[in-house]
Design a protein around this ligand. Sequence first.
Ligand code: C2O
Ligand code: CU
Length: 602
Amino acid sequence: MAVSRRNVLLLGGLGVAGAALGVPTTAVNAKSASALADSLMPRPFRTEFAQAPVLAADDPLGRPTIDPVDGKPIKYYTVTEQAASAQILPKAGLLTPILGYNGIFPGPTIDVYQGTKVELTVVNKLPRQHALDGHSLDTSTHLHGSASLPQYDGYASDITRPGFQKTYKYPNFQGGRTLWYHDHGVHHTALNAYSGLAGQYHMHDANSERLLPRGKYDVALTVSDAMFAANGALGYDDNSRSGLWGDVILVNGRPWPVMKVQKRVYRFRFLNCCISRSFRPRLSTGDPLVMVATDGGLMPTAQPVREYRHAGAERYEFLVDFSKYRTGQRIELQNLSNDNNVDYDFTNKIMAFDVVDEPVDTSDPTWNRIPTALVGSEVMDLQESQSTRRRHFRVKRDDSTWTIDGETWADVIASNYRKVMAEVELGATEIWEFENSSGGWFHPMHIHLIDFKIIGRNGRAPFAYEKGPKDTVYVGEGETVRLLMKFGPHKGRYMVHCHNLVHEDHDMMAQYQVGESADPDPNDPMTADPAVPAGTSSTTPSPSPSASPTPSVSPSATSSPSVSPSPSPSASPSPSMSPSPSPTPTKKSGKKSQTKGPRAGR
Ligand code: C2O
Ligand code: CU
């Protein structure tokens, strides 16, 4: 039975924090968020690590495999959004209903090489309504980290209804990086993404392939949190629109898994896929995580850190050198947490690594390489003196609504999608500041289209681990961040929002415009290329199928052999189309105690 939105919000109001304005100013410890019987709850380090499968490209079916305009290769992919069940909980057969791309969480990894364009068709075969709150399961798919044209950027209101599909075109001209695709459906992004609509997208390039471990030593970590209802379904509680803090940590959809590692260097692509929670990861040995890449790819210089702050949607790539550990040693990836998260008994752990005695291939030069100098990028070469304008935005809560300088997405809708928070010239370099004067919450702010360079935090230098290309920035309690960015290469309207998705939905999202507005705009995000009924062929097949030799790309484009054909982890046994049973949003009235003070290392 569906629970009404009103009830969900009421339950939210009785959440862990309980305070009228949601979470308190320091992290809180509580027993559990889940209503599931203790004996059925997952516990750390009892399940084996696995990664999502790599998505196979579609047969081009007569479509061009080379873009006639610029000679770039094109690959075609399809994912189907569907309701399914996943074996997340330890008891065999106690399944959790999810919504997933191809029915799995995380969705399949899309693995491409820089310079190969992608056309991704997303088919919405979801039930008409979400089982939890009855909202319409209209979706919009955003490839986070891609400089896509506005109509392919997952513009929140450019929805694809159940029974429809949309083909998104991704240019992939940017430097290699870890991107991710996730639902961005207007006003329901939090619950949709939490239900499972998220997956990684890896773009390789020559530099990252040369400098960093590849294949099975290049490992995706999609980290999220969840809470469970008594029947094993996902629970949902947004604490009066402050955020959701689950008591179970999932890595690639599995609770606190254990990964076997050889005595060598590994590359980890850590995506914080939580809708609200931020992490402060560290290794139990106290050894460094060697940061090599941020949201937009390689940093100019590697930065070893013992711990760091990692909010939703940020991607940090780090190297870990397991060569110095002994066989059988277990190294934990722990979470020290940050202010304004709600912590439970086991949220201080993320996953573990067990060192095994497999022979290491020392002919691979990356086996023991911890590079220092990496590569620069256009954005990291930007200088403050190049900026022609500074803009300042204050993010805050106005009653029950979160705003960016007082603006919300409801204002954008009311303006028929014309209202913008900033108009910038194509090619202009500007400084944008985000000010969070509150001590009560943090906001990961995300600007679509561009990469930025963080040039200041409260008048000081950014953290060492942030000295790389970014598209999402942790705006912590009482912080003001300064960002330097160059706008392009497209004109058009792009979203800016908080990536605490509960904040985004209520209603901390605005848009800015690059270049003068055209009317009609050939790249209007709402009208340029809307969804079509499912099953419509997206491009008229050319009559001659001989025109489709698969472009030869470097073999590394299809790297990650470890993950390709292997069956997905918690990947649902049956991506059945049956409507998911209704998750019951309940919560134990958790015992809680103030534990965390302000954290050091700022
Ligand atoms: Cu990851 Cu606008 O989103
Ligand atoms: Cu926020």
